[in-house]
Design a protein around this ligand. Structure first.
Ligand code: BTN
Length: 284
């Protein structure tokens, strides 16, 4: 295929399927990697692979995207060949309402991989933005195809600003990259493999336990919102019919991935949507 990547000696920092694979243990769920120079969106390509019957564990990676997609219909800046754009195809045997947990586990995998490969502490802004020193360096878009309560497939798409040096005007104050935050270029193949390895370990455990209970402590330890003031949209609060907003103090997630926020001494469960830490991360 013409669009597929070849890593050469003249081109040392290219994403390459064989190099990523070399960093993965043999027993890893990820046994098929497709690497491209340019795609519209790795999530869209992964969906095509899924519809064509590709097995769980297929990873699509691209140097660039022309139509990278973000959450809530936003776009994801993907012009730079210094980033990592990847989508992982999964066919989990879990109820559809537990799929959002996979996004939280992906964020946790990115934090662990960055710590392991780049020796820097990243944090999570609930539910799934990865930050270093208040700058967003990774976003995650999880998409699912299901029939009634049966999952056909899930695509977990991750965009990591690895060695990125330039951002479009509209995000340049809020976005960062691992390189800009650490001053060191990262081997993107190694980082990609570390993310997938950490994610696969968590994924297999989560599918067995069908709960985030054994991840709560680890997740809360890197939760940037923890014990900080958060704005709460009551439309996202369990058992609430109000559409008002309020402020509370985030106390961490529970075993279902909901954010627990304390408001006037009472704990509210926020099940999805926006949380902003006022003064710190007003935009994300
Ligand atoms: C966000 O809005 O924070 C989520 C951004 C997700 C971007 C990634 S890049 C790889 C994959 N392909 C896409 O089109 N989107 C995701």
């Amino acid at each position: 295929m013409k669009n597929k990547i070849r890593r050469t000696l003249e081109n040392p920092d290219r994403l390459s399927a064989s190099e990523i694979m070399n960093y993965l243990p043999e027993e890893c769920l990820c046994r098929n990697i497709e690497c491209f120079n340019c795609l519209d969106s790795t999530n869209t390509r992964a969906k095509q692979f899924a519809e064509a019957g590709e097995p769980e564990g297929t990873l699509i990676v691209s140097e660039k995207q022309t139509a990278g997609r973000g959450r809530r219909g936003r776009s994801w800046s993907s012009e730079s060949e210094e980033g990592i754009y990847m989508s992982f195809l999964l066919r989990p045997n879990i109820p559809t309402q537990k799929v959002s947990a996979l996004t939280l586990l992906s964020a946790l995998a990115v934090v662990k991989a960055i710590k392991e490969i780049c020796s820097v502490e990243a944090e999570i802004k609930w539910p799934n933005d990865v930050m270093i020193a208040k700058k967003k360096i990774c976003g995650i878009l999880t998409e699912m195809s299901s029939e009634e309560n049966d999952i056909r497939y899930v695509i977990v798409g991750m965009g990591i600003n690895a060695n990125t040096t330039d951002f479009p005007e509209e995000i340049k104050d809020t976005a960062g990259s691992v390189y800009l935050q650490t001053g060191k270029k990262v081997n993107r193949c190694e980082l990609t493999a570390a993310v997938i390895r950490h994610f696969c370990n968590s994924y297999e455990r989560f599918c067995k336990e069908q709960s985030l209970a054994s991840f709560v402590e680890e997740y809360n330890a890197v939760l940037v919102n923890r014990d900080k003031e958060v704005r709460i949209y009551y439309g996202m609060v369990e058992n609430s019919t109000s559409d008002q907003t309020d402020t509370g103090i985030a106390r961490g997630i529970d075993s279902e991935g909901a954010l627990l926020a304390e408001v006037d001494g009472k704990i509210q469960r926020i099940i999805s949507g926006e949380v902003s830490v006022r003064g710190l991360y007003g935009y994300v």
